[in-house]
Design a binder for this molecule. Structure first.
Ligand code: BJW
Ligand code: ZN
Length: 247
């Protein structure tokens, strides 16, 4: 890591009054959770077809395969533990987290549930695919195979956001409000390639917010002030040390 850039980033953080974190799959990579598009050989979209496994069309054509795939990922998450990056951020319980991640590793690290806005839903829940309102917590260790909704008979599915689906309206409104109010946004472990989530960074920037990137590779977005290149689990503990950050 470039020590000079780290010092500059800490300078920005030291002056910021309200900070928030926008995270992606790279945050959980050091916990053994595969990213989607990262350069790692186990990145999910290099091995699996996203339109078959993470779209309404894919679920309609072969729901059992989709559920089996999510249950395989749930098993991996059951074995995983929060890493040093999750823990470093949990040391700042006043921080708001806007995360694209569907895992619960921030919460397991000790971040209050109310401070985590899951833009793409939660893999630890199922909901009715016909949206009749039924939602159920599921066991990550022993998830249910394909089954029907007790309320209306449609299939149950993971409570996540697939391609072509809109983001939960309430969460979307809350994340926008956070982005309007912060003066520093940490962009941690995301390829910044999925809409509309990534437009939140532009929204924050349009209000004069500074953006600090933490990623193992250079960011595709040009809307950044400082890029700290390296694993989140190494950078975040050093970046955040000694501050009392809040949103
Ligand atoms: C590390 C690290 C370490 C590694 N430390 N860093 C063309 C143009 C514009 C938009 C579109 C388009 N075609 C289609 C669209 C829309 C589409 C979209 O954005 N597609 C793009 C891919 C082009 N978006 C949608 O469909 C969204 N809905 C929508 O637009 O609704 C409106 C609408 C409605 C109806 C019709 C049309 C429009 C919904 C998007 C839902 C995304 N869902 C997923 C799956 C969630 C469920 C699940 O988990 O299975 O969300 S896809 C996947 O991508 C997942 C992630 O949350 C999301 C973002 O990925 P993320 O987190 O950035 O991960 P990676 O893997 O991409 O990057 C990891 C990064 O970590 C890398 O940079 C590494 O370097 C780094 N890293 N190790 C630090 N140790
Ligand atoms: Zn139902």
């Amino acid at each position: 890591m470039d020590e000079k850039l780290l010092t500059q980033a800490r300078d920005i953080l030291g002056k910021a009054e309200r900070v928030a974190v926008f995270s992606g799959a790279g945050l959980s990579a050091e916990s053994g959770i595969a990213t989607f598009r990262g350069q790692e050989p186990d990145a999910l979209w290099s091995r699996f077809d996203p339109m078959q496994l993470a779209s309404v069309e894919g679920f309609a054509s072969d729901p059992a395969t989709v559920i089996d795939w999510y249950n395989w990922r749930r098993g991996k998450l059951a074995q995983a533990q929060p890493n040093a990056a999750h823990r470093a951020m949990a040391g700042h319980p006043g921080l708001m987290h806007l995360t694209q991640n569907v895992d619960d590793l921030l919460e397991r690290a000790g971040v209050p549930e109310s401070n985590v806005l899951h833009l793409h839903g939660s893999i630890g829940k199922d909901r009715c695919h016909a949206a009749c309102g039924i939602e159920e917590d599921i066991s990550l260790e022993k998830p249910e195979p394909l089954r029907q909704c007790k309320g209306c008979g449609a299939y149950m599915r993971p409570a996540v956001v697939w391609f072509g689906e809109t983001l939960p309206q309430y969460i979307w409104g809350q994340t926008q409000a956070v982005c309007i109010g912060v003066d520093c946004l940490l962009l941690v472990g995301t390829s910044a390639s999925v809409y509309p989530a990534i437009t939140l960074v532009d929204l924050a920037r349009s209000q004069g917010c500074r953006v600090i990137v933490v990623n193992i590779e250079a960011s595709k977005t040009k809307q950044t002030d400082i890029e700290l290149i390296g694993p989140a689990g190494e950078i975040l503990p050093r970046l955040l040390e000694g501050f009392s950050l809040k949103t």
